[in-house]
Ligand binder design. Structure first.
Ligand SMILES: Nc1ncnc2c1ncn2[C@@H]1O[C@H](COP(=O)(O)OP(=O)(O)O)[C@@H](O)[C@H]1O
Ligand SMILES: O=P(O)(O)OC[C@H]1O[C@H](OP(=O)(O)OP(=O)(O)O)[C@H](O)[C@@H]1O
Length: 191
């Protein structure tokens, strides 16, 4: 992000990867590590997941409320997955216009749309072996066994041509994963 006087250039960082790979955990670790660096904004998703089983940092609402906000154009991006609806608030646009680097956990299936809408868009792809993801989803305990099986089997989406994702291997310790992720975010912000 080259922000020169009078023309700040923000960016949107799409954090993607299969379920259980550690996206939310790395984002949370990076938010803490980068708290003092005001270039970064970590956006809260809106998800139609019930609030009483919420274990992560997102806002909850029901399908009807979500549909109403979507129809009113109140999401920067929205998508479906796992029988749920997900959205990023319009504050994304404001923050990018203010020259900030906005970091968001999104679906692999929304990359092309995000890139078309936000040309200053970077993709950080988190990866880890399926056996590790299975262990982690089981330990997370948010989904039933059948839901975990469906998440492990969920198809990826091809990365659109012209996008060169930064790959972060989160197979090791959380400390190593967070360090690699923070380095990637700093590199994006410095570019
Ligand atoms: N590097 C890691 N080592 C051990 N456990 C991890 C690591 N990264 C994430 N986890 C754990 O794995 C589970 C899934 O992580 P989460 O961030 O919810 O993944 P995602 O958002 O990609 O589905 C959580 O319980 C989290 O604490
Ligand atoms: O299309 P995909 O790339 O498979 O991703 C589908 C959605 O699922 C994930 O959210 P969620 O928090 O529900 O799931 P997760 O934490 O298990 O990844 C991810 O952040 C996307 O919003």
């Amino acid at each position: 992000m080259n922000a020169c006087a009078g023309s700040p250039l923000g960016a949107l960082v799409l954090v993607v990867g299969p379920s259980g790979v550690g996206k939310d955990t790395l984002i949370s670790g990076a938010r803490t590590a980068l708290e003092a660096d005001k270039r970064f904004v970590f956006v809260r998703r809106v998800v139609t997941r019930r609030a009483d089983i919420e274990l992560e940092d997102h806002d909850s609402m029901d399908h009807q409320q979500f549909a109403a906000l979507e129809a009113a154009g109140r999401f920067a991006l929205s998508w479906d997955a796992h029988g749920l609806r997900y959205g990023l608030p319009l504050s994304v646009d404001t923050d990018i216009a203010l020259g900030r680097v906005v970091v968001a956990n999104v679906s692999r299936h929304v990359i092309a749309e995000a890139r078309a809408k936000y040309p200053a868009c970077a993709v950080v792809m988190i990866c880890a072996e399926i056996s590790l993801r299975a262990e982690r989803l089981t330990r997370r305990g948010r989904e039933s066994r059948d839901q975990i099986t469906a998440r492990l089997a969920r198809e990826s989406a091809p990365v659109p041509a012209g996008i060169d994702p930064i790959i972060i291997d989160n197979s090791g310790s959380l400390a190593i994963g967070v360090t690699a992720f923070v380095m990637a975010l700093r590199k994006i912000a410095d570019e």
